[in-house]
Design a protein around this ligand. Structure first.
Ligand code: TTP
Ligand code: MG
Length: 388
């Protein structure tokens, strides 16, 4: 059996824990500008329809007495570490999948700690006793069902899908609960009258492949309760990204280019700090009407310098035909690998510096930023007062 543990309203619950005046109140974690978005909302705030990624001005419209608390990532990361330590106490087969969630394979642990349900309860109790925070636990024979189960009785829930119940559960599981189904696949589902995961099984693999491509095989497997993915013990962040909501919507190429440069530097810094290189670069643009697009590129060789990330991000941006004003700019990297992988520095074509010099520029900038804050040193073009 696999357990999936997910903290409840993680950032908000920490702030409510640390400040008694916030207890039982509608709280959101976010910036306080008109254009900020909600990172998370306390369960009291969710009753008003407020959720992650909602613009703060909308949250204020939904609940005029909402309390806005600025985030404190360092604190959340320290607590996340403690949570993962507690969970790993129960089984060495633990896979952290985000700041507040992890899978645990409890193979061989039952003699020590009891039934899967008992283990789930013990994890909840230990997290509560040591950190005064609640989590929700899902228990199922496969990973994808454990994750769905942990979400079913939030907050402070525990949901068990026993092997004997799995088939019925799948038959009645609304298809939109299955992760990885995008908008166009959902459209196909409606055309094919697929409402539950069980309904997938009424179609043959060739039809599913024709309609959904590679996803077809996975959906068929899931509908038969088969999920080959195992709990991976080596936690590896899957992506690093940085985005900025602009003070006002813009259309101007140079300004957007500067935003891409700033985000590329932030991503590069985080990447090098973790001693990773990346093989994919992506950008995200959100428009004035809140619709957004992402564009990604697979690289021929891994990179980690800020200028190389910037070049790739900029070339992705240049291919987009802008029709609407931009409200948010994001740059990110995926397919992360250890730094020992050979690195291609990809220099700016007009800057003929040898690779080592870019490495030393990055190293020096990283050191200065670490010591004095990331705003202390930046490219001259990012300084609005700088006039060449
Ligand atoms: P989630 O586990 O998705 O959400 P949550 O823990 O706040 O609430 P739930 O009880 O539904 O699990 O994300 C964990 C944290 O990650 C969340 O507290 C804040 C952060 N986060 C963002 O910053 N932006 C986002 O869009 C989301 C979804 C989460
Ligand atoms: Mg959570």
């Amino acid at each position: 059996m696999i357990l999936h543990i997910d903290m409840d309203a993680f950032f908000a619950a920490i702030e409510q824990r640390d400040n008694p005046t916030l207890k039982n109140k509608p709280v959101i974690i976010s910036g306080n500008s008109k254009r900020s978005v909600v990172a998370t909302a306390s369960y009291e705030a969710r009753k008003f329809g407020i959720h992650s990624a909602m613009p703060v001005f909308q949250a204020k419209q939904k609940c005029s007495h909402i309390i806005i608390v600025p985030g404190n990532m360092k604190k959340y990361q320290t607590i996340s570490k403690k949570i993962m330590e507690i969970i790993s106490h129960f089984s060495p087969l633990m896979e952290q999948v985000s700041i507040d969630e992890a899978y645990v394979d409890i193979k061989g642990c039952e003699r020590l700690f009891g039934s899967p349900e008992k283990i789930g309860q013990a994890i909840k109790k230990m997290i509560w006793n040591e950190l005064s925070l609640t989590c929700s636990v899902g228990i199922a024979p496969v990973k994808f069902l454990a994750k769905i189960a942990s979400d079913m009785n939030k907050p402070d829930g525990l949901t068990l899908i026993e092997p004997s119940r799995m088939k019925n559960f799948i038959c009645s599981l609304p298809i939109q609960k299955v992760a990885g189904i995008g908008k166009s696949a959902m459209k196909q589902m409606r055309l094919l009258q697929i409402k539950t995961l069980g309904d997938i099984n009424t179609y043959s693999l060739p039809i599913l492949t024709q309609k959904f491509g590679k996803l077809g095989q996975r959906l068929l497997d899931l509908s038969n309760g088969l999920d080959a993915s195992e709990v991976q013990t080596n936690y590896r962040r899957k992506s690093i990204s940085s985005e900025i909501t602009l003070a006002k919507d813009i259309f101007d190429f140079e300004t957007i280019k500067q935003m891409i440069l700033g985000r590329s530097q932030s991503v590069g810094r985080q990447l090098r700090k973790k001693k990773f290189v990346c093989e994919n670069v992506f950008i995200k643009l959100k428009f004035s009407d809140f619709s957004y697009i992402t564009r990604r590129k697979k690289l021929d060789a891994p990179i980690c310098s800020s200028s190389a990330i910037f070049n790739e991000a900029l070339s992705l941006y240049k291919k987009i035909q802008l029709k609407k004003r931009i409200r948010l700019v994001g740059v990110g990297v995926t397919a992360l690998k250890d730094k020992s992988t050979p690195v291609q520095m990809q220099l700016l074509p007009d800057l003929d510096k040898p690779k080592e010099q870019w490495e030393s520029v990055d190293t020096a900038v990283d050191l200065i930023s670490e010591k004095f804050g990331c705003d202390i040193i930046k490219k001259a073009s990012l300084n609005k007062r700088f006039k060449p």
